[in-house]
Design a protein around this ligand. Structure first.
Ligand SMILES: [Zn+2]
Length: 106
C-alpha cells in the first residue's frame, strides 16, 4: 500500500457522543432520586455541552488510511484499509472491475 492519510475515526467519534448520551440517560433515570438542586446543576452541565464539543475538537486523527487506486491490465481497482490505533476500529474495502466490460463514460 502506497498512500497514507490520517482521518478522524468514526467509531471514536461515536464513542464520545455515546458517553454524553449515557450521561443524559443517567440523569433522566436519577430524576426524583436526587435533589432538585443536583438535578438542575447536572442538567445545566449537560446543556452547555462544552465538554462534548471540546472532546470532539480535541479528537486526534487516529484512523490511519492506506489505499491504492488505479488501472492495471484493463482492471480498475480500489484497495482501502483504515484502522484506528485508539479503539481498534477497522474498515476494509477492495474492488476490481474490468474496464472493458464496465461503462467507460463514453
Ligand atoms: Zn477509533
Amino acid at each position: 500500500m502506497s498512500a497514507e492519510n490520517w482521518a478522524e475515526c468514526p467509531q471514536c467519534k461515536e464513542n464520545i457522543n455515546k458517553k454524553y448520551s449515557n450521561q443524559i440517560q443517567k440523569l433522566q433515570e436519577d430524576y426524583g432520586k436526587i435533589s432538585a438542586e443536583e438535578f438542575i446543576k447536572r442538567t445545566n452541565e449537560l446543556k452547555n455541552k462544552s465538554d462534548l464539543n471540546a472532546d470532539l475538537d480535541d479528537m486526534e486523527c487516529s484512523l490511519g488510511e492506506y489505499y491504492e487506486i488505479g488501472i492495471t491490465d484493463n482492471m480498475f481497482f480500489v484497495d482501502y484499509e483504515g484502522h484506528c490505533s485508539d479503539c481498534g476500529f477497522i474498515f476494509n474495502f477492495k474492488k476490481e472491475i474490468d474496464i472493458t466490460k464496465e461503462g467507460t463514460g463514453k
